[in-house]
Design a protein around this ligand. Structure first.
Ligand code: AMP
Ligand code: FE
Ligand code: FE
Ligand code: ZN
Length: 286
C-alpha cells in the first residue's frame, strides 16, 4: 500500500486540477493520497469523484499557513470539517491578506524595473485559488525574466529577498487548536525545511505538541539526512506520528508523487483520530 499525504492542485499553487492530481496519483501507483491545498478545501469534491473512479482513496486535507513571529510554519490538517467556523475565519483572513501582500511584492519589484503587474500574477492562478509566491514566480517566468519557477524563487522570490512581504497567518498553536476543534488531525509539514527560509526551534514545536499536535512530516525532500534524524527523534520524544510525503505541485516543482510515503499503521491512526470529515474516493484498502 503506497500512501502519499501531501499534494497540491490548481486550487492553490499546484499546476494540475484536482482530478488530474488523482489521475497522476493512480499512474504513480498510489493507493491513498491526501489533497492538501494551501488554506482551501475547494478541490475536495472534484478530487473525490476522480479518485472514486480511479480506485484511489482520498484523505481530504488542507495545508494551513501559519506564522511564528515572521517565520512561516505549515500545518497539515487531515479529515477536518471544512465548514468549522473559527478555522474557516482564520483561513479567509490569511487568504484575504495574501492579496494585499502580493500587490506590495509586485509594487516593489516593478519599482525596481521588473516588467510585471499584479494582474499578471493573478492571471497565473485559477479563479479563487490561494494566491502565493509560486504564482508570482510563474508571472516572472511568463514575462521572460527567469527560465522556470525555481530560478525565480532562487533569485528574487525567496523569503530573504528584499521584495519579500509577509501576510497575516495564524500562530501555529492557534492553528493546531482550531484544526482539533474542526475534528481534524494536525501534522506539522516539513518542520526543518531550511531551504525555504528560517525554521522554528524545537521549543515552538513543543508548544504545538502541548496544544495537541499529532504528528510531524519526517520524510520530505526538503529534509536532509540529519534533519530527518532530528525530526524522527522529536517524534519518539513526544510520542508523535511520523509521516512522509511528496508535497507534489504538478510541474511547478520537481517533487514526484510517492517519492516519500507514510506507513499504513500511521494512516490508520490518522483515520481513527479524524472526525471532522470522512475519507473520500475509493474505500480505504484494508
Ligand atoms: P507563500 O505562502 O505565498 O509565501 O508561498 C509559499 C510557497 O512557495 C510554498 O508552499 C512552496 O510551494 C513555495 N516555496 C517556498 N519557498 C520556496 C523555495 N525556496 N523554492 C521553491 N518553492 C518555494
Ligand atoms: Fe506550495
Ligand atoms: Fe508547505
Ligand atoms: Zn505543501
Amino acid at each position: 500500500m503506497r500512501i502519499d499525504l501531501h499534494t497540491h492542485s490548481s486550487h492553490s499553487d499546484g499546476t494540475q486540477s484536482p482530478a488530474e492530481v488523482m489521475q497522476s496519483a493512480a499512474e504513480a501507483g498510489l493507493s491513498v493520497v491526501a489533497l492538501t491545498d494551501h488554506d482551501v478545501s475547494t478541490g475536495w469534491a472534484e478530487a473525490d469523484q476522480a479518485a472514486a473512479a480511479l480506485g484511489v482513496s482520498l484523505v481530504p486535507g488542507i495545508e494551513v499557513s501559519c506564522a511564528h513571529y515572521g517565520i512561516s510554519v505549515h500545518v497539515l490538517a487531515y479529515l477536518l470539517d471544512p465548514h468549522a467556523p473559527e478555522l474557516l475565519a482564520e483561513l479567509s483572513r490569511s487568504r484575504e491578506h495574501r492579496l494585499g501582500r502580493m500587490r506590495e511584492m509586485v509594487r516593489r519589484m516593478a519599482a525596481d524595473g521588473f516588467p510585471i503587474r499584479y494582474e499578471d500574477v493573478v492571471a497565473q492562478a485559477r479563479d479563487g485559488a490561494t494566491l502565493g509566491r509560486p504564482h508570482l514566480a510563474d508571472a516572472l517566468v511568463a514575462a521572460g525574466c527567469f527560465p522556470d519557477r525555481q530560478a525565480a524563487f532562487d533569485d528574487v522570490v525567496h523569503s530573504r529577498s528584499p521584495y519579500y512581504v509577509a501576510h497575516y497567518a495564524p500562530h501555529p498553536t492557534l492553528a493546531v487548536q482550531l484544526i482539533l476543534a474542526a475534528g481534524g488531525v494536525p501534522v506539522m509539514a516539513h518542520p526543518l525545511a531550511a531551504a525555504r527560509g528560517h525554521t522554528v526551534g524545537d521549543d515552538v514545536i513543543g508548544d504545538m505538541v502541548d496544544a495537541g499536535l499529532v504528528g510531524l512530516e519526517v520524510d520530505h525532500r526538503d529534509h536532509d539526512g540529519p534533519a530527518r534524524q532530528h525530526v524522527r527523534e522529536l517524534c519518539r520524544r513526544w510520542g508523535l506520528l511520523e509521516t512522509g510525503s511528496s508535497d507534489y505541485h504538478g510541474t511547478g516543482k520537481p517533487n514526484l508523487l510517492g517519492e516519500n510515503t507514510t506507513k499504513p499503521e500511521v494512516l490508520a491512526q490518522i483515520v481513527e483520530l479524524g472526525t471532522g470529515s470522512a475519507p473520500l474516493g475509493a474505500p480505504l484498502p484494508s
